[in-house]
Every structure is written in C-alpha cells, then in structure tokens.
Design a protein around this ligand. Sequence first.
Ligand code: CA
Ligand code: CA
Ligand code: CA
Length: 392
Amino acid sequence: MRKVFVFSVFAAVFGLFFIRAASAQEEFKPSVDFKGSWLAAGYLDTGNQGTYPDGSFQAPAMRLKTNIGVAPDAKIVLRMNLDNAAFNGFDFMMLEYMGILGSVSPSFKDSAFNPNLRIGRFKLDMGEETIANNPVDGALISASAGNMTGFDEGLMLFQSLPKERAGIPLKWSFTIANGNKGAGADNEQAKSMLLKVGVNPLESLYMSMSYYNSGDIGTASTDITFAGLGTGPANATEWDRTVFEFDVRYDFMPGPKEKRLEPGATAFSDSKAFVRLAYGMFTDDGSDKAAPVVSVTDRDGNYMYLDGVYNATDKIYLAARYSFIGFDESSLYDSLNGVTANKYTRISLGIGYRLSDNVHVKTEFTSNSEDVPAGTDEPENNQIGLLFTARF
Ligand SMILES: [Ca+2]
Ligand SMILES: [Ca+2]
Ligand SMILES: [Ca+2]
C-alpha cells in the first residue's frame, strides 16, 4: 500500500513536470550559441628538459563550446577539447537545468531549496583555481604546481542563496560521479562525492571549502588529478583519493560586473586587485588485495598557492603566483607535473594587455623547482611564453 502511495506521488510530480515541460516547449524556440569558447596561440620556450626545448609556435589551448537552449531554463552544453590542434574528446557533454524544482511546482521557485542540475559529463567543482586554470581565463599562462582539476560523468546539484535566505550570501554544490578516469562505464560500484560550500561574509571577502572522495576505484586512475597525477599508489589493487581544500580571496575596490559570491576568470576581473590563498591536503589510500599481497605506501601530501592580480589600468594587468605541492614523507617520489619528485615548487610572473575585452596578449615567466631523488639532476624546465588569447 505504501509503495502504491509513493509511486502515485512520484507519478503525480513527474506528470506535472512533463505537462509543464511540454507546454513550455510549444512556446520555446531552441537556440544555439558558442558562448564560452576560447583559443590561446603564441610562442612557448622552455629549458632543455621542458615541453618546448627548441622554442615553438603553439596553439596549446582551444575549446569549442556549443550551448543549445532546449527550454527557458535548460540547455545542452557540448565542449570540444582541441588543444594543440587535435581532437581530444568532449570535456563537457551535459544537460544543465536551472532551478529544476521550480519547473515541478511554482512553490519551489524562490524557496531555499531549488537547486540547479547538471547531468552528464562536466568539470568537477573542486576548489577555486579550476574556474580559470587555462591560459585564456587565467591572468597567468601556467596553472599552479598543484592544479587540482578534473572532469567526470555524474550528477551535480548547486544553488546560490542571497543574504536574506542564509544570513550571509552562500552557495553550495554537491556532485556524485563515477570516479574512474575516462568516459566509459564505472569500474567499481562506489561513486565519488564532492561537496563545496562558498560564502561571501564581507563585501570583499570570499571563502570556500571543498571535500572530495573518489570511492574505491580498483586499479583505475582517478578523473580528478593534482599535478597531473591520477594513477594509484604503486602495487595497489584498490585505492581511493580524498582531497580537502580551503580557499580565501580578498578583492580591493571590487567592480560592478563580477558577483563576489561567484568570482570568475582571473584575466577578466574588474576589481582593482585581488589576492587568493588556497591550501589543500590529499590522501591516496591504497591496499593490495590480490595474492601475493605486497605492502602499499599511501600517498599523503599537501599543496598551496598564493596569487594575485593587479589591474594597473583598464588595459594592463600584472599577475604573480607562488605554489607548491609535495608528499609528507620525504622518501616518497612520484610523478608531479611529469617529473619524478617529492616536492614541486612553481613561481610565475606575468603581464597581460587587453587589446579588447575578449582579446588579450599575455607574457609570463615561470620557474619550476623540483626535489628529485638523490643521484638525478633537477630538470631544466623553466618556461617563458607569449600568447594571444581570444574568448567568445
Ligand atoms: Ca569518469
Ligand atoms: Ca566508481
Ligand atoms: Ca626545474
């Protein structure tokens, strides 16, 4: 009897939803645009062991994003990764529905719980750097040493609440996703969980906390990486990754365009200046469950960055960042940004010039220092670059 009741309620709710969706569709004309696409192209040169030892013209970063409006509050988002002029797959392939419960019943419309929905493949809402960890959105060409980032298939709910609702402006996001690398089927039943909460307690102050756990991913790699590292600890037949990050940002003379609760791309900030501090801790917890059982060394470590942007004029911006990532245990070495190291430290200094709102030219010098195993030489991999960037 109870089952019938529950089913009837579901049927009623979804029946209402589909009737509303159907009636909305009759009036709605689908739209297509490419907003949020971008390109970076220019010249990059590194030391002998870096990526561009001979100095080269490159088109290192390109995304073509297609937004297809399918209802007043819903769109399909497809984004192609075309870095280095190759097709590297879709990093976004999702349906985004704003205020989904408001479409079920108008009484949810302005309620404290009326989240937006993303379903499909999308970027994980982990930390703050991920908003602009590319040469176009970032005031700097390089990301931080830690560069915590990832895309996965899953479901994300998120909502921003004004001061009147939550006491202070507050936003949250909750994501449940497969966890394993790539867009294929999940390899283990366990799902990854990601929770982020951000607050804007003072006009110029923004803080957020993010917590991620991949769940067991067997012998697969994670879809979230730090310093490009997504493989499990050596010899692990099951493992999971946990990351906790705290972020704080302070803006000086904030401009009218950017919402302080939702700070955007750093190259496009309309504040006079801002500084950010991020600190994160990670644990890669592995074990060997297949005979012959060998011991597995877990990877514990931390990362941080301190960066800032100063808009000297409307046209010119200066940017700087200090960042590192490293393992707690001094005897532990693994691949950090492609170098076998215990700790990786990066300092970046850059200048950008806005040719127009959407077209910038930027130059940057980045120094990379690694703590490498005894007997090996630290690679010469400092980088200098000049890139034109365009967003549309
Ligand atoms: Ca995946
Ligand atoms: Ca899984
Ligand atoms: Ca180096």
